[in-house]
Design a binder for this molecule. Sequence first.
Ligand code: 44T
Length: 847
Amino acid sequence: MPNTSARPKHGRRARRRRRVEPARDQLVSSSLESAQQCLLNQDYGTAFVHYLLVLNLAPVFKDFAQDSFRFTLFKWAEELDSVGRIQELFDCYEQALEIFPADEVILNSMGEHLFRMGFRDEAAGHFHKALKLKPDYPEARENFYRVANWLVERWHFLMLNDHGRNRKYQQAIHKAVQSGCSTVLDIGTGTGILGMCAKKAGAAEVYACELSKTMYELACEVVAANGMEGSIKILHKKSLDMEVPTDLPHRVSLVVTETVDAGLFGEGIIESLIHAWHHLLLPPERGDGEFRGDSTSGRVIPAGATVFCMAVECLEIRRHHRLCAAEVGGLPMAAAGELRSPVSCNQEQDDSTEPYTTERLSRLPGGYRALTEPFTALTIDFNNVQELEGLSSREVREIRLPVNQGGELDALAVWFQLHLDEENSLSTGPEEDTCWEQAIYPVHSAMSFALKPRDELIVDVSCRDAYLRLCCVAVLRDGHKIYLDKRVDLQNPGKPAPNPNPEVELCSALACLQTGPSEPEDFCMLECSEMALLNNQDYHQSFRLALTKLLSELKFKNGNPNTGGTAVSAVDSGLRYVLDVSEGFSLLSLIAARQGQVKAYSSVEKTKQQNVLRRLAQANGISEQHLEFWLNHTEDEQGVLQRPSREKLWTAIILDCVETCGLIRQKLMEKASLARFLLEEGGRIFPGKIVVYGMLVESDTLLLESAVQGREPTLGFNIAPFINQFTVPVHVFLDFSTLECRHLSEALELFVLDLMEAMANYTEREVKVQAIAGGRITAIPFWYQIHLDQDVSVSTLSRTSHWKQAAVVLQQPLEVHAGDWIRLAVKLHKSTISIAAHIDDAPAQMD
Ligand code: 44T
């Protein structure tokens, strides 16, 4: 009998399937029906469960149900999100992705949720996947660009493009390995470059660790692409969490690292090296200090560092950290109390303040003036663990900087020399041609202080919480110590030191009258950009002017609003309503309320900032009833625009259109169309119109910041194609006025956004422009003219602007000759500008 044994088995299975199938089919079809019904009833949770069942049991329905399934998922996720059921939300997405692992829309949407919850690494992973699946998916592209900056910070490009730095590290590593350091750990490997140098130099064993997931994955890709997959062991770990033998089989003879920021210690190098010396490195070589290198002792590259500091006068720094005017938009500010930027190095430091910010001094608009010579603030030997340990507990040390130029004391600028070994060192100084920024310690005494030649500036240097702290304590003048914070002369206690600036003295006295000298800790924190906004007189004056004009126009047109056509309640009669939906701190509501007959609503959210506004209102004769905090009244956290009261509409709605970084705010046009519906007749949105201007430039700097340049491999390694996946076409936080570049065209109008007229807007536009010089167009910096009304406007490019500029960097530089016509295709997709440039072959057809 042929194959008898197989038959019954087959027959049994077939019979079982026949029995199961009708039941399953029935379940599938009834579930599908239920899913559709629930969807109609907007019961998304139940619909989702039914869909899951259907698609798990009957994958054949995947094509048919994909759209409704997605829709259900998104709706259900929205509901879960709104009630804070976040874990369930992500579970649903994971279940959905099990069914549709290659669905770019689901991936992108999950990325958006992850991003909002603060999981940036994971969010980026999802956007990246979505984009790989569908490269021309604009939503995923925009989202990816938004997170790329967080994941792979722009300085990675700068560092890899800094050939001097690369070569010096390579030489130092080569020398150490050749002299006997055969086991190497690269702490904070980034793209893997230093680890690969060690391997190439002949190290027997190389390990690397990296705490960022994205960078770790990138390093793995790069190392594999360079054929070192098996010979460099990369760990996704913080070095502090590593130990022998779990992570390393034994201690290593060399640690290489570049985990330093502009302030040297901000990436935690002190702590990492203390830990490395105790747990990961062979003991240091004893003796004469001259390093010979062998495989029984350990050492670190860089071997040490020297930190320098210098006092500077700089208006640009000042206006970002201190209120510089007594009045803003006509509003006296004395009652505001102390306003501080979140960067300060005071003794009463709290967690929310950083001791320094970073700037490239050479690129600060308006420049800076050195008031002292550079001074050594600190030296540190990374090969001496006692010294490292002593540093964090080291007491405050005082240094004195002789002043050689008179000027206002705005900040201490700090940089360092990194001694890789005896021969090679890197400097991050302001005069060097490197990619480095300097650390800026703004001087925080609320008032200005003018230094004179022959003064001596007394600075306290200490090291706390892994930060180098520098604090300008006092000025020694003619034998007297003038304390900068407390302003008390120790030699005449009780009597304030004579202030060199009488105006400051007066302000100080006034401030004391308002707030009382005994509440120094009662200050209000403002972001640097908010402080710069307050100092932007032009902006506030323009708003005041435009608002005054609008109010008087309406008065003139309608007579007293009391007598207007609609019935108004007694309390509200005669009032105009102005809503300020600016992000962050804004004085505009007060400026509006000060016009009289105006009830202004502010979107300021933070209690301390609301209190500043209340104090200012009180001191400036604005009645309490005329200033409301809008977000205190809306239940909805997303702050959907609403009417001021049932029968009223807004006279003016102030929208904050441009982010400080130089981009148009997301959802601006949606907000504007909502706002238009809520305006009374003749009411206005401020601004009514925004014109985007741009200029064609040749800028190598922008290229160096956006991608690893050149066809040459980096130190002989293939790195560029991997990290360049994280290139984004739009640069932000640019100072166009100091950007090193050649102008290849005049400024030109790129785009117009009409916030008052929905129909006037377009999403694509072609613009033609003639080159005024020959060269390579590498980028198009852009900025905005913000029109409050027909006559009043502010430019985001102005000297007093608190906005920075942004730039589109072209994918391929475009070679042009003077006189060539260039065609720009400008697109606006959801607040994101993209520009493509081509030489215009048919200039005759120009319109
Ligand atoms: N950038 C300076 C700072 N890491 C360089 O995750 C100079 C800024 C800069 N990994 C403009 C120009 C410049 N264990 O990927 C990072 C980081 C990682 C660690 C494992 C640790 N203990 C750490 C500590 C840090 O190391 C990498 C490099 S940190 C270098 C920072 C170009 N703006």
